[in-house]
Design a protein around this ligand. Structure first.
Ligand code: DAH
Length: 366
């Protein structure tokens, strides 16, 4: 490269250095080569930096003449480097994209086979059992309005029960309405009763949301609602249905359940059913121990709910229940902490997950 030092004031030297640097920049094959040129010219001890530093020692006249030339050279080289960098970066990105191209139509390597989350597995098992009892599957949206999530279900306005649900509210829309992430699957009862004529026999599995987190609560969890509406349905039918479900689901005689009186705004009378379990020693075991895990709330559908959905309580009555699906999975498959269910730890998923090809266990006849 030409000898342009602060002492060499040959008037051709600067343009020549500029031309040489521009040529080197244009020829830089990759970003590393370009960076080396930048450092050699504009770095702390680069050739242009030395020229810039020399301005300080010049007489004012000399500086007036040489200043614009040296600054112009720096600008020219900086611009050339920036232009070349943009080209090289685009080329590098193209190369990376071509290199990382993935053909999604190729079969997955067998070693990396995915699995079913235990909650999905439990839902499939539950649906199979209830389907055999004549229940159809119904669905509703995760984002609900206040009417379906609360009002139609007989939650009085401003009633503390609305707070009890630790609701996730959306910001008010243009009409001032605050949508919610549904706090339970019970709004699907309302949607079903308002859209189809009784008799009704449905289950509604799905995601539900509450602002809560501890060993048995997560902000997102799964419930399965059940609703039966007919003319003479009573609490005995409800108890039989839940007990029969339990013994089929756990495939053992050793399950002990208990019904506790409870309160829900949408049922009267209401109850909760717990399953006996043992939670000592970092594992959860069913059929032993002194602990109880609440797995389902239930009751007879409140006349106000029937009325809110356009049904005459003198003519129709029914029962409803709402299962905590993940909790049933914890009990059946021995996972002690609900939070682990949704932590997306691949080791946990591998341990507790299921092959999608594992058949559901055969149902008890009759
Ligand atoms: N929705 C209730 C909850 O999330 C569970 C429930 C209780 C559902 C009683 C029902 C019912 O259908 O009848 O806590």
């Amino acid at each position: 490269m030409s000898d342009v030092s602060p002492d060499n004031l040959d008037p051709n030297a600067l343009p020549q250095l500029g031309a040489e640097l521009s040529a080197a920049v244009a020829a830089a094959a990759d970003l590393n080569a370009l960076e080396a040129i930048r450092i050699a010219a504009l770095g702390k001890s680069g050739s242009i930096s030395a020229l810039l530093k020399s301005l300080g020692a010049m007489s004012p006249d000399e500086r007036r003449e040489r200043g614009p030339q040296i600054n112009g050279l720096r600008d020219q080289v900086q611009a050339a480097i920036a232009e070349r960098r943009a080209v090289l970066e685009a080329e590098a990105l193209d190369a990376q994209l071509a290199n990382e191209r993935l053909d999604l139509s190729l079969p997955a390597p067998t070693r990396r086979r995915g699995g079913l989350h235990p909650t999905l597995r439990v839902m499939d098992e539950m649906i199979a059992i209830f389907a055999e009892m004549g229940f159809a599957v119904a669905e509703g949206p995760d984002i609900e309005d206040d009417f379906h999530n609360f009002t139609a279900l007989n939650f009085p306005p401003k009633h503390p029960a609305r707070e009890m649900h630790d609701t996730f509210f959306f910001a008010p829309d243009e009409n001032g309405e605050r949508k919610v992430l549904r706090t339970h699957t019970s709004p699907v009862q309302v949607r079903t009763m308002m859209s189809q004529a009784p008799p009704i026999r449905i289950i509604a599995p799905g995601r539900t949301y509450r602002c809560d987190s501890d060993q048995t609560h997560t902000p997102m969890f799964h419930q399965m609602e059940g609703l039966v509406i007919d003319r003479t349905v009573n609490m005995g039918h409800l108890k039989w249905t839940l007990d029969t479900f339990m013994s089929r689901f756990f495939e053992t005689e050793g399950v002990t359940t208990r019904f506790r009186p409870h309160h829900f705004p949408f049922t009267e009378p209401s109850a909760e059913m717990d399953v006996r379990c043992d939670r000592s020693g970092g594992e959860i075991k069913i059929g032993q121990g002194e602990d109880w895990l609440e797995v389902v709330g239930c009751g007879m559908v409140h006349p106000n709910v029937l009325r809110n959905c356009g049904l005459d309580p003198e003519e129709w009555q029914g029962f409803a229940f709402g299962f905590g699906v993940d909790r049933l999975g914890m009990l059946k498959y021995g996972a002690p902490d609900l939070r682990d269910m949704f932590a997306s730890d691949v080791r946990w998923l591998k341990h507790y997950g299921f092959s999608p090809f594992t058949p559901l266990s055969p149902l008890n006849p009759g």
